[in-house]
Write a protein that binds this ligand. Structure first.
Ligand code: CP
Length: 307
């Protein structure tokens, strides 16, 4: 059974297929989820992921059911395994935003229904599909182009790095000392097909000649107690006009959102002509539809099947 826990679960060719499905019109996709439910479980808040996944399920003919984490209570009300086996009787797929990636791995190991990662402490693969979809729309073929990530090598960065490597891009990470990827991780990303992988401790140096510059909040959900130290450590890593000036003259700016103007990005950049953040957020829905349609294809889920 095919699941989608990480971007690198896909081969380069399969990511291409997901992106192709993401751009197909409804007539071509049909209604593979007709008469099916898809469970969407959130242990953390969400705007984009919830809205885009709900609409993507509807666009494929299915019925999304949103459930808050405390309602299912992973390993509190019931074991992860019991929850998964029970919900698999109601739904064609289960998607979850979890605090601990290990919960997704336990769900997937049962092979009851396809499991989709809607963000974990490790990765955010749905975001990365929308990111490469947006870059392809804006920049054309991505192979050989340079993408820069500035900030923490966090869950969003890891998935973006995997997707960009599968696309054959040059990857540059601009991270403060102690917040980057380790050598093993850099080698793993390179082995996925990146044209090159570099990590630098300067935002301007990382952005030099880049075709797309990405960042994320400096304090993610769950890191609030560490806010003061993190903001001090990241002070020189704001994406501002100097950073964008170091990039290619037609470079685009991207951010998974929500954003904090004046912290990780200057207002002039995120609200300026290089910014593609709104299109990127809208593409979350098309990317989600591509992933769902791909999992239907791979797992032989078609309209009218009975479980
Ligand atoms: N980028 C993203 O995942 O947004 P939400 O947290 O609002 O879903």
């Amino acid at each position: 059974m095919r699941h989608f826990l990480d971007t690198a679960d896909l081969s380069r060719k399969e990511l291409g297929r997901v992106l192709e499905l993401a751009t197909q019109r409804q007539e071509a996709l049909g209604w593979p989820l007709a008469d099916y439910g898809v469970a969407l479980i959130f242990e953390k808040p969400s705007n984009r992921t919830r809205q885009s996944m709900e609409m993507a399920v509807v666009q494929l003919g299915g019925h999304p059911i949103f459930t808050r984490g405390e309602e299912v209570g992973f390993d509190v009300r019931e074991s992860v395994e019991d929850i998964t086996r029970i919900m698999a009787g109601y739904h064609a797929m289960i998607a979850a935003r979890v605090i601990d990636h290990g919960v997704l791995e336990r769900m997937a190991s049962l092979d009851e229904v396809p499991i989709i990662n809607m963000l974990s402490d490790k990765s955010h693969p749905l975001q990365s599909v929308a990111d490469v979809l947006t870059m392809r729309e804006e920049l054309g073929s991505l192979s050989g182009l340079t993408v820069t990530w500035i900030g923490d090598y966090n869950n969003v960065a890891r998935s973006l790095a995997e997707a960009c490597a599968l696309e054959g891009m040059h990857l540059r990470l601009g991270c403060p000392d102690g917040y980057g990827a380790d050598g093993e991780e850099l080698s793993r990303i390179a082995s996925l097909g990146a044209a090159s992988v570099e990590q630098l401790d300067s935002a301007e140096a990382a952005a030099e000649g880049a075709h797309a510059v990405h960042t994320d909040v400096f304090v993610s959900m769950g890191q609030e107690a560490d806010t003061e130290r993190r903001l001090r450590d990241f002070a020189a890593f704001q994406v501002d006009e100097n950073v964008m000036a170091a990039a290619d003259q037609n470079a685009i700016f991207m951010h998974c959102l929500p954003a904090h103007r004046g912290v990780e990005v200057a207002a002039d950049v995120i609200d300026g002509p290089a910014s593609r953040v709104v299109r990127q957020a809208h593409n979350r829905m098309h990317a989600a539809r591509g992933v769902l349609a791909f999992l239907c294809e791979e797992n032989d889920i078609t309209k009218g099947d009975t479980k």
